[in-house]
Design a protein around this ligand. Structure first.
Ligand code: SF4
Length: 237
């Protein structure tokens, strides 16, 4: 699964100079979670990440190229939660290094399974609202959680722990960005990730291999390996 490698490389390069902190994964330093999404009332919130019309971006990329995700790590670009005092632009990006998953169907099923984590991690005092259509994520952070010392370190560890419950996941790099100009640009990368995943679903649904008349041609022209994947799928029929 190398379809997202270009996006991972570019994002890694473009965010490298913005890194303010990194933490190695520590499974013992996670944050308590709720079973379901909790409601934080406006009067109890300290601020919102991606709130008040600020930019927000969210995407997850899977790769079997092991040197792109070397270890389990939480990365922060910008200020940490205790350092924030008002709504800021926000992005959360996840790179998952995975085992060679097998054929296209298995790879797609694995991506969906991993996406599940996005909607099922509910740290207490950190209310996530996801917009699947716009690839945006807005987070309401409670005053109480901040007073108890919540930081991106624990949020990142909590997500990584959840991803690593999947035996196909070898390494996870999670990047949080706050108040950074690059977030708008990352939003267009999130759209590309969505387009690639969508194209993969269509290929697996068995659309005809007719590139000249295919709506997905722009994606396949851009992404290395996409056309080969369709050819491979066709060859198996
Ligand atoms: S390989 Fe050709 S037919 Fe298949 S999805 Fe891409 S553009 Fe469409």
């Amino acid at each position: 699964m190398e379809l997202f490698d270009g996006i991972i490389r570019e994002t890694t390069e473009n965010t490298a100079a913005l890194i303010s902190k990194t933490w190695d994964f520590d499974a013992a330093d996670t944050w308590e979670c709720s079973e379901r999404s909790e409601l934080i009332m406006q009067r109890d919130q300290a601020f919102e990440l991606g709130g008040s019309g600020t930019s927000s971006a969210n995407f997850t990329c899977v790769t079997t190229t092991q040197d792109l995700v070397l270890k389990d790590e939480v990365v922060l670009c910008g200020r940490d939660l205790p350092e924030l005092s008002g709504d800021v632009s926000f992005a959360r990006i996840v790179f998952l290094g995975v085992k060679d998953i097998g054929d296209e169907d298995a790879a797609h099923a694995a991506i969906q399974q991993m996406e599940f984590v996005r909607y099922h991690v509910h740290p207490k005092g950190y209310m996530v609202r996801v917009s699947a259509e716009s690839n945006q994520e807005r987070v309401r952070v409670s005053k109480d959680a901040l007073s108890r010392g919540l930081s991106f370190r624990q949020i990142g560890n909590t997500y990584i722990k959840a991803y690593k419950e999947n035996e196909n996941v070898l390494a996870v790099r999670i990047i949080f960005l706050t108040d950074q100009d690059i977030i708008k640009e990352l939003n267009s990368k999130a759209n590309s990730v969505f387009d690639i995943t969508n194209a993969l679903s269509h290929i697996l649904d068995g659309i005809d291999l007719d590139c000249e008349h295919c709506d997905l041609k722009a994606v396949c022209d851009e992404v290395e390996g996409m056309r080969e994947m369709h050819l491979g799928k066709k060859g198996k029929k």
